[in-house]
Design a protein around this ligand. Structure first.
Ligand SMILES: Nc1ncnc2c1ncn2[C@@H]1O[C@H](COP(=O)(O)OP(=O)(O)OP(=O)(O)O)[C@@H](O)[C@H]1O
Ligand SMILES: [Mg+2]
Length: 310
């Protein structure tokens, strides 16, 4: 594909809709994603994140609305667009019959990369993913973290301008997750546009310069993560676990408590200072509480509720 016009958004959707069994799982999505941004899409299970990403790459038909990727209308230009997109799907789809190197090779051949160039690129990508030692291993011999790194390496085989990552770190240990974060930061520095979905709020907070919170196929919030925390929620949270009603009433009397919520036997008090509430607790015999700055998870819960989804 020719060079992308820097003025054009990499992704643009207008009233994008997808319905399954009469239910709108993506409902009038209006989005513009600029080149070079690192955009996180957050949302509860079933919010429509994967469906949205699948429409972006032409894997799922669009019911109504408009979608352009690199300024090209989708799904008409899906094959052309896919030449410049890398995808890490939610479910690993590495070929279990092939080795690590062979998986990269087969994928590279799909893009018509000549053998000599492909050999060099595979070498670089194995280095990038710290998988040189596993080049000849079967997929079944890899740990979960290695598989995710290999899927990421595979997504880069065609030197994409846009990288789409659907929960790239789910189920990984902190070391493996941080290794992937490091790689994603490197890619961002190279100017690649990244779109990631994740259920790890701290991941979105650390990596993304923009976070879109989706629920029931609609955008509930769209801003840089720090701005979301500043604008959508009180600055601090006091979590009080299993306290008696009389103590909770006294905590609630603090005038700086702007909002409170109950979930099971935990009471959440939101406010700016909560000084009086803290004094009440300090002077009581109840020590099962936590006072902390509000974070993206608090924003997420405020916007999408505490009820379990699918
Ligand atoms: N091929 C399909 N046929 C029917 N329903 C589908 C299909 N794909 C997705 N859905 C439904 O669409 C809704 C959105 O699914 P989607 O996979 O986009 O959610 P998600 O936000 O990615 O969730 P998760 O966080 O669990 O991955 C869900 O209710 C799901 O059951
Ligand atoms: Mg999903």
């Amino acid at each position: 594909m020719n060079a992308v016009d820097p003025q054009l958004p990499i992704v643009k959707s207008i009233d994008l809709c997808k319905t399954y069994a009469g239910i709108a799982v993506v409902n009038k999505l209006n989005l513009e994603i600029k080149e070079g941004s690192f955009c996180g899409i957050l949302g509860p299970n079933g919010a429509g994140k994967t469906t949205t990403l699948r429409m972006f790459i032409g894997q799922c038909p669009i019911d109504s609305g408009e979608l352009t990727i690199f300024g090209k209308a989708m799904p008409e230009n899906a094959s052309l667009v896919r030449e410049s997109v890398g995808v890490v799907p939610q479910m690993d789809n590495l070929d279990p019959d092939f080795t690590v190197k062979e998986n990269l090779h087969v994928y590279g051949r799909f893009f018509g990369i000549p053998s000599s160039e492909l050999k060099e690129r595979i070498h670089e990508l194995l280095d990038f993913a710290s998988l040189q030692d596993k080049a000849d291993s079967k997929i079944s011999e890899l740990s979960g973290g290695m598989r995710r790194r290999l899927t990421l390496a595979r997504a880069l085989i065609n030197k994409p301008k846009l990288l789409i990552l659907d929960e790239p770190t789910t189920g990984l240990d902190p070391q493996a997750r941080q290794a992937i974060w490091q790689k994603l930061r490197e890619l961002k520095k190279q100017g690649i546009t990244l779109i990631i979905t994740t259920h790890y709020m701290e991941e979105a907070e650390r990596l993304c310069d923009r976070v879109i919170v989706m629920d029931h196929g609609e955008v509930k919030a769209d801003a840089p993560p720090k701005k979301l925390i500043r604008s959508e929620i009180e600055s601090h949270v006091l979590e009080v676990h299993a306290a008696d009603d009389r103590l909770l009433e006294r905590v609630q009397q603090d005038e700086s408590v702007a909002r409170s919520e109950k979930s099971g036997d935990i009471h959440f008090f939101y406010g700016e200072k909560l000084k009086v509430a803290l004094e009440v607790l300090e002077q009581s015999t109840h020590d099962d509480y936590l006072f902390r700055p509000a974070n993206l998870e608090d924003v997420f819960i405020k916007l999408t509720g505490r009820d379990l989804r699918e």
